[in-house]
Every structure is written in structure tokens, then in C-alpha cells.
Design a binder for this molecule. Sequence first.
Ligand SMILES: Cc1cc2nc3c(=O)[nH]c(=O)nc-3n(C[C@H](O)[C@H](O)[C@H](O)COP(=O)(O)OP(=O)(O)OC[C@H]3O[C@@H](n4cnc5c(N)ncnc54)[C@H](O)[C@@H]3O)c2cc1C
Length: 391
Amino acid sequence: MSGVGAEKAAEIAAKVEAFVREVVIPYEKDPRRDHHNAPTDEMVFEMREKARAAGVLTPHILPDGRHLSQRETATVLKKSGLSPLGPLAVNTNAPDEGNMFLLGKVGSPEIKERFLKPMVEGRARSAFFMTEPAAENGAGSDPSMMKTTCVKDGNHWVINGRKAFITGAQGAKVGIVMAKSEDGACMFVVDLPNPAIRIERVPNTIDNSMPGGHAVVAIENLRVPADQMLGNSGEGFKYAQVRLSPARLSHCMRWHGVATRAHEIASEYACKRMAFGKLLVDHEGVGFQLADNLIDLKQAELMIDWCADVLDTGSLGTAESSMAKVAVSEALFRVADRCIQVMGGSGVTEDTIVEQAFREIRAFRIYDGPTEVHKWSLAKKIKRDTLGSHK
Ligand SMILES: Cc1cc2nc3c(=O)[nH]c(=O)nc-3n(C[C@H](O)[C@H](O)[C@H](O)COP(=O)(O)OP(=O)(O)OC[C@H]3O[C@@H](n4cnc5c(N)ncnc54)[C@H](O)[C@@H]3O)c2cc1C
């Protein structure tokens, strides 16, 4: 990916950081939350208007449609993550960022105009429908277990099934739906809301940064025009691969920003709060925890940059993004946990975003591939490589 150059990316990142610190962070105390405690769309779109005015809306895609390289995207998205609300405000949030990337790569000109444009303009949210209810043994860690079907009917496809954990489905305008035909997995882009896509419930979850929560959805006789299939019948997983590694990595970027901010807050606390006659930071047990945070944050940053460079060569980066996702999500979780510990009781209150960082990053260790699934797929690669090299 060619990108805009490191200097320009640093300039964009600096503008995003200033916007998040000056304009977005005060919104953290704004009470506008839905019944799942996620930010309301009213608040999100209000912040986006301010981002538009400040010239930082959708900062990773330039007005001429060019996308920043993955390495440049990392520079910008880490800054957007300095508040849990930052990605929503500047339109770098999940799942929209990954969905925009996918549609930008594989969408026809008509699909880009109709579905991608309103997303890039920050006017429409989107959802990605892959996972299915565990109780029905549908797709989860293993996407090949997909039960949702699509059947050709004239110039349309008819989709039936149930999905679970669909982030942002409630309130989204664009949906990317995965289903199985007799040829294999298929991917469709659809308008939302749609009466054939019914939200059954939105469970309360440990995290609450994503508007609309994570819905359980019934898809009943959804008719989709054939030209809204992305690629050909049976190519769904190939197209999912296009989204997979960059989307996974962009989660690492945003949560790196949140963990960095949590560390700033904990450091501030430890450098002001006294116990046993001295500042907390001067107690070795506390100072070492903050030092370990710095080390984990730097290692996570280096893993993100390394994986971004691999993706920028045009590689799918499947193994590299698995390694990065495991290393970064686990490291950032340790950082968030230490920040809480350093802050004592204050760390578990809602007075700062530290407790939210902990909850959000806990969930991140599961979505976009749980840690164990990535390690398992890396172990399979090790076996392939080892047995292959011994032949
Ligand atoms: C907050 C959140 C948001 C999400 N958003 C979306 C979304 O927008 N769209 C969407 O389609 N999905 C979404 N998901 C779903 C997510 O991708 C799945 O939860 C994930 O793929 C795991 O599937 P599962 O929950 O069915 O767990 P299961 O498949 O039941 O796995 C449970 C556990 O088993 C272990 N395990 C599984 N396989 C292996 C293996 N091979 N080796 C070792 N251990 C293994 C892992 O520890 C895993 O955590 C979201 C999930 C969460 C938590």
C-alpha cells in the first residue's frame, strides 16, 4: 500500500491527538448512553460534526479516496484511541473501519457509491454479520460451522439464519452478511434496517464502547439482489480474509491508544498520591508496575508496526496478524490491570476511563479470534513448516 508518507501521517496523527484530547475527552462525562451504557448515536454524530469541522473525520482515508498505508494508519489510529470515544468521534471505530476497508478493496463502483460513501462521510454506521449462536452450534471460533444459508432465487439471493454478537447492528445503516450457498461461504452487502433482519435481543456485555451493543439477530427470508454479493458464490471466506488481518490490527492500534491513556492516568495518580511517607511511584512495587507498563506498551507498538509493514507488502499477513493480535491484546490487558492496581480503589470507579480500558480490552482478547485460536493456528503452521522442512 503506497500511503501518504510518514511526515503527512504524523501531521494527521497530531491533529487527531489534539482533537481527541481537547474535544473528545470532555465527552467522557457526557451522560448520553443507551440502556446498554453505550454512547448514543445522538452523541456520536454530534462529536462527528465537530470532527468534520476540525478536519479530522475519517482521517485514515483522504478526500481523494486514497487509504493510508497500514503503518501510517497505526500512527493515526493509536491517537484516535486516546479516549474510548475517540474512534467513534473521528470515524475510525470498529466495525466500521474494517467494513470501509473491505468495501474500498472489493466493492464495485455502484456499491462504493451507495454503501461506502455514507460511511466514509461519517453519516452511516455498519455491522458485520458472521458469528452465530453457540447454543445452535453455529459459526464462532470456527467460521466453517456457519449455518446461515443463502439460496439463489432468480436475480436475488434469499438468506435465512441467526447471528450473534453483531456489533452495532442496532442503529446501523449498512450490513455485511455472511451465509453459505452450495458453493461455500458468500458475502453480501445490505441496507439496514431491514424488516427481514430482526434484532431479537442485545445482551449486556462487559464492554460498552460500541453503539448498538452486540445483538442477537434473526434473518428471515432476506432477499438480496444478486449484484449485492461481494465477489462470487463460494468466495466469502476469501473476501473475509481481505478484511481479517487489517481489522484485527486496527483493534490493536485503537486499544493501544486507550491503554496508553490509562497508563498516563495511573502515572499521574502514582506521582501525586502519598502512602507511608512517600509518593506511590517511589515505592518499588508501584514504580515497577508502571515500568512494566512502559515495556508492554513499547513491545505492543513494535508488534503493531512490524505487522503493519508486512501487510503493506501486500501479504495477507495471516500468521503475523495472529502473533500481533495475541501479543498486543495480552500486553494491553496487563497494562490496564496494572493501572487499576496502582490506583487502588479509584482504579475501579467510573471516575476515570481506567476501569473501562480493563473491561474493553478483556473483551478484545476474545473477538477477532480468541488468543487460543490464534496460538492453535500458529501451532498448525509450525507443524506444517517443521514436517515440510524434514522431508
Ligand atoms: C464484544 C464482542 C464483539 C463481537 N462482535 C462481532 C461482530 O460484530 N460480528 C461477528 O460476526 N462476531 C462478533 N463477535 C464474535 C466473536 O468473533 C466470537 O465471540 C469469537 O469468534 C469466538 O467465538 P465464540 O464466542 O462462539 O466462542 P467459541 O467458538 O465457543 O470458543 C470459546 C473458547 O474456546 C476456545 N477455543 C476455540 N477454538 C479453539 C482452538 N482451536 N484451540 C484452543 N482453544 C479454542 C477459546 O478459548 C475460545 O474463547 C464479537 C464478540 C465479542 C465478545
